[in-house]
Design a binder for this molecule. Structure first.
Ligand SMILES: Cc1cc2nc3c(=O)[nH]c(=O)nc-3n(C[C@H](O)[C@H](O)[C@H](O)COP(=O)(O)OP(=O)(O)OC[C@H]3O[C@@H](n4cnc5c(N)ncnc54)[C@H](O)[C@@H]3O)c2cc1C
Length: 377
């Protein structure tokens, strides 16, 4: 059954695009509103867990992603100073066999472009910053910064960790800033001047860590992301250019392999790390939150985007079997009931930053398939 509903998605990030792609594939009328005027290729990598790859497969995007991304033999975990292995989580062919999908490492821009390729251009309105949301006789009316409006049967707010729609629905609750900063960038592997580096390793120090991995199948591009204390940062420094000399000094005691990557790195961005406690509610009548808007998390399990992608698949399944506006609230209630326990568990597990530090049970994360998981009644 194809739904005749008209759905607005706020935000063309990972969650918004995946939702739009899934709805469009199911023949549902969807329009994405994104505040940015153009898509930017931010210098960052992203781990695409086997569970997230199930979503891409269902959207017909698996082959493209495999061609763009690096498939590591493992996610290794080493002591920062000695290089001693703490725990080596094997992926490669064995993960594919066990979980039914590969574990890939990609450039964030490549994952974003892959998702965007599954949404027709005319279904995405760039330069549309949502500033308000009204209920008019059961329809949802979005208001934009330029004074225009758009009317839809329902709204899926995938507007990220600082979600405006979340604030409008449930009041302004501040995010939990962790007091820590992530420095991150991608760089051409050629800058390393030869010499091997690990395929994918998290180097664990006492109060900081760095994760380094390849993001291209031919190992031509390297990515790193750190987490380190930065007391006194402010909301204004949420996303900014970082100083590579400060970064190199902060990791001066780390393994020579780490220092070599940082020495070769020409520039870097820094990003304040934040999460939230699990929210009490994700939806209100015909408006639902999705992705970071409802379950922002620290990046320590590399599962934030994966959760947003899983959300997209489950939500699309529910909307596919919803035919009239009156039933939307029920579909959104079932979405929340299907997804909340899992997303909350990942949020709280991630917060602890112990994932893969020692032997870890990972099956519950990577074996989930949102296209087949039972839907809440
Ligand atoms: C350092 C770091 C490393 C990470 N690494 C990984 C990883 O390896 N693997 C993984 O799975 N996850 C990772 N994550 C998490 C992942 O980046 C997020 O969980 C994911 O981007 C969430 O997607 P989203 O669509 O919910 O939000 P976003 O990707 O933040 O998208 C929100 C979109 O909404 C738009 N928007 C916001 N407000 C408005 C408005 N008012 N009107 C219109 N548009 C609006 C924004 O411009 C943006 O495009 C990492 C995060 C960080 C910080």
């Amino acid at each position: 059954m194809g739904s005749r509903l008209s759905i607005a998605v706020v935000g063309a990030g990972m969650g918004g695009l995946a939702t739009a792609a899934a709805l469009h594939r199911m023949g549902i009328d969807v329009m994405v509103y994104e505040q940015a005027r153009a898509f930017e290729r931010l210098g960052a990598g992203i781990q695409i867990g086997c569970n997230a790859m199930q979503v891409l497969r269902g959207l017909g995007l698996e082959q493209r992603m495999r061609q763009e991304a690096f498939c590591p033999r493992s996610w290794n975990n080493k002591d920062a100073a000695t290089g001693q292995v703490r725990y080596d989580q094997i992926f490669g062919a064995s993960a594919e066999e066990r979980y039914g999908a590969p574990y890939l490492l990609a450039h964030r821009g490549d994952l974003h472009a892959t998702l965007a390729s599954a949404v027709p251009g005319e279904r995405i309105r760039l330069g549309h910053q949502v500033t308000g949301l009204d209920d008019q006789a059961g329809a949802a009316v979005l208001r934009f910064a330029d004074g225009t409006t758009a009317r839809h049967d329902a709204v899926v707010a995938a507007d990220g960790v600082h979600s405006l729609v979340r604030n409008l629905l449930f009041g302004r609750g501040e995010v939990n800033f962790t007091g820590r900063i992530a420095y991150r960038t991608t760089l051409p592997a050629a800058l390393l001047g030869g010499g091997e580096i690990d395929e994918c390793t998290k180097w664990w120090g006492e109060d900081r860590h760095i994760v380094i991995y390849f993001v291209k199948p031919d190992r031509s591009e390297v990515y790193f992301v750190t987490s380190q204390p930065e007391p006194g940062f402010t909301l204004e420094s949420w996303s900014a250019t970082g100083d590579v000399r400060t970064l190199r000094a902060a990791f001066g005691g780390f393994h020579p392999q780490v220092r070599r990557v940082l020495a070769a790195c020409p520039g870097v961005h820094k990003w304040a790390l934040a999460d939230r406690d699990p929210l009490e509610r994700w939806h209100d009548r015909n408006v639902t939150l999705l992705g970071d808007a409802c379950h922002p998390m620290t990046p320590y399990m590399a599962q934030g985007a994966a959760m947003a992608l899983e959300d997209a698949a489950v939500l699309a399944r529910l909307l596919h079997s919803t035919d009239d506006r009156a039933s939307i609230g029920d579909a959104f209630r079932r979405f929340e009931a299907t997804r909340k326990d899992r997303a909350s568990r990942v949020q709280l597990t991630s917060r602890a930053n112990t994932w893969l530090n020692t032997k870890t049970d990972v099956d519950w994360v990577y074996s989930y398939n949102p296209w087949t998981t039972p839907l809440a009644p």
